[in-house]
Design a binder for this molecule. Structure first.
Ligand code: LR7
Ligand code: MN
Length: 546
């Protein structure tokens, strides 16, 4: 009895081992037509059986699934660094290191650990990935594409559209179109990244657009958080945290999760700390981060929203400035920009452009940023010109179409953007001009804390530093917000609404009440009344006294 039982156990054990081997053999056997859902189920079964092996499924099978008939070895070997060549020369990064890595590699999941437990809708819409490039290295370009195919749910990738911006070798792009889902469009002449992206967007068939630079590696679950946010509200334009791929050794380095996009008045992009109040209010590290501008290269946007907002300014050339133009436009015309900490994409940051600018680098940047400033920055563009005096007088083409677009979309003024989106951007201190405020033969003067209009004109000087009208430490303030209220002098405080004025022709308008400083007739104490800038009693001509 005991022997029979022992035999039965032995037979069952052998059968179980054989069965397991057969199962694994079946699993690794190349399939004639692997469908993505079938391969997913296989990967899942695999996980159940031998969890140690799942992260690295056999190479042949993986390649078969992802790359179709594409021969990646031949592609990479077709263009490699020649012995003795400077590995930085052509791409401004270490090509030798990039080539050594090959077409794919494992990278560290740099997200906050809480991101891994978030759930996303199962019916997220698919996206068209748009990658434009000019003379990109084959290894970085292929790694970008493969990382997308490997680290995105296949159902979310409708297609990958490559726009070859007139690279020297058309095969860099053409050969890649053998990879399933990859399409290649080649420009007949160098267009620059802006027009190239528009071309890509115009042929995209998915309802959501995803833009990537041509030297990226996307990280675990990078896509779902972004598509989810855009699905919930199509006016959101979202970007990932952009991790750093070292241009020297290609190490993948986590970027700080406390940064957002900002700029200075010369329209130079910079990463900056989230304002401290916002940082304190953030209890959930997976929450989105509002950003005044995006870096520009890596973002997800609803296609019809992209089209509705006027795509890009296609009169911008080659590189630069389009990220400001898009960012101002999105915020001022009813959308929002955010960075999603649970989405991470690595990017090779470089120190110089590895390609030429037909019109020169500086002139192109000025042309593009000038267009952005002229169309979107209203009176604030003066600070751009002060910060970049060389921009004055440089050609920037016609902006009529973009101004029409702005009017048609009924976008808010730049002042609104400054006050609501980027109040941290300080307006430069204006140079204090000390002048007498004259009204015909009369002058605005003070006696103690009471302003008066005096025919004596003892040459009391005022400093007009928007929004204040000051004499030493005292500022002109209204006593109440209603018409007819007197004005008085009080200690200056830029935050005090009663002290905020701005010039309106030769009149001085109180910003909050909208009323103007009026001397009344004939020489009574000054008050605020309905603005009628043509009236003599509201005209205050600053006369600089040297
Ligand atoms: O003529 C050109 N044609 C192109 O197709 C010039 C460039 N390109 C391609 C190029 O191959 C690359 O794929 O356009 C892409 C961007 O050019 P890069 O990588 O030389 O520029 P960058 O990484 O310094 O540029 C950042 O700012 C640009 C301003 O125009 C763009 O918005 C880039 O997309 C943007 N990159 C990112 O946001 C990634 C994060 C870097 C930061 C900050
Ligand atoms: Mn780049």
């Amino acid at each position: 009895m005991r022997r029979i039982r022992a035999n039965a156990i032995a037979i069952l054990t052998v059968a179980w081992i054989l069965g397991t081997f057969y199962y694994l053999w079946q699993d690794n056997k190349p399939q004639s037509s692997p469908s993505s859902s079938a391969s997913q189920t296989r990967a899942f079964k695999h996980t159940m059986l031998c969890p140690l092996q799942v992260t690295q499924p056999p190479r042949t099978e993986q390649q078969g699934q992802l790359l179709g008939g594409f021969d990646e070895k031949a592609y990479l070997v077709g263009k490699q660094l020649k012995p003795g060549d400077d590995p930085y020369r052509e791409h401004a990064f270490n090509l030798q290191e990039s080539d050594r890595l090959g077409s794919e590699r494992a990278i560290r999941d740099t997200r906050h650990y809480r991101c891994a437990s978030l759930n996303y809708d199962t019916d997220l819409p698919a996206t068209s990935i748009i990658i434009t490039f000019h003379n990109e290295a084959r290894s970085t370009l292929l790694r970008t594409i493969k990382s997308v195919l490997m680290r995105s749910p296949p159902s979310l990738i409708q297609e990958i559209i490559l726009i070859d911006d007139f690279s020297s070798d058309p095969e860099d792009c053409q050969l890649l179109s053998q990879i399933p889902k990859v399409r290649c469009l080649r420009n007949g002449r160098r267009e620059g990244l802006i027009r190239s992206r528009v071309r890509g967007a115009n042929t995209a068939s998915a309802s959501i657009l995803t833009f990537l630079d041509s030297h990226c590696e996307v990280n675990t679950d990078w896509l779902q958080p972004m598509i989810q946010r855009v699905k919930e509200d199509h006016t959101r334009v979202v970007s990932p945290i952009i991790d750093v791929i070292s241009l020297d050794n290609f190490a993948y380095l986590a970027a700080s999760a406390d940064l957002r996009g900002g700029f200075d008045w010369s329209l130079h992009f910079k990463w900056e700390q989230i304002p401290i109040e916002q940082k304190m209010a953030r209890s959930d590290p997976t929450q989105s981060i509002r950003t005044p501008v995006i870096a520009g290269g890596i973002f997800v946007m609803d296609k019809s929203w992209f089209n509705h907002l006027g795509q890009y300014d296609t009169h911008m050339d080659i590189w630069g400035g389009e990220n400001f133009e898009l960012s101002f436009r999105v915020w001022m015309c009813g959308g929002s920009l955010e960075i999603l900490p649970c989405s991470r994409v690595g990017h090779v940051f470089r120190k110089r452009h590895p390609y030429d600018f037909p019109e020169g680098n500086a002139l192109t940047y000025i042309k593009n940023t000038r267009r952005a400033a002229e169309v979107w920055m209203d009176e604030y563009k003066q600070y751009y010109y002060s910060a970049r005096p060389s921009a004055q007088g440089k050609a920037f083409g016609s902006i009529a179409d973009r101004l029409t677009l702005r009017r048609k979309l009924n976008c808010k003024p730049f002042r609104w953007y400054m006050e609501n989106v980027y109040p941290e951007l300080r307006v430069p201190e204006q140079e204090a001009v000390s002048s007498v405020l004259k009204q015909g033969g009369l002058c605005l003067e003070t006696r103690g804390l009471s302003p008066q209009v005096s025919f004596l004109c003892v040459l009391q000087r005022w400093e007009l530093i928007e929004p204040l009208i000051r004499q030493q430490d005292l500022c002109l303030a209204i006593s109440a917000f209603t018409a007819g209220s007197k004005v008085k002098m009080e200690p200056c405080n830029t935050k005090e609404p009663r002290q905020k004025w701005k010039p309106k022709g030769t009149a001085l308008q109180h910003m909050v009440s909208g009323l103007c400083l009026d001397s009344q007739t004939p020489t009574g104490p000054p008050v605020i009344t309905q603005c009628r800038p043509q009236m003599a009693s509201q005209s205050w001509e600053p006369q600089v006294i040297t």
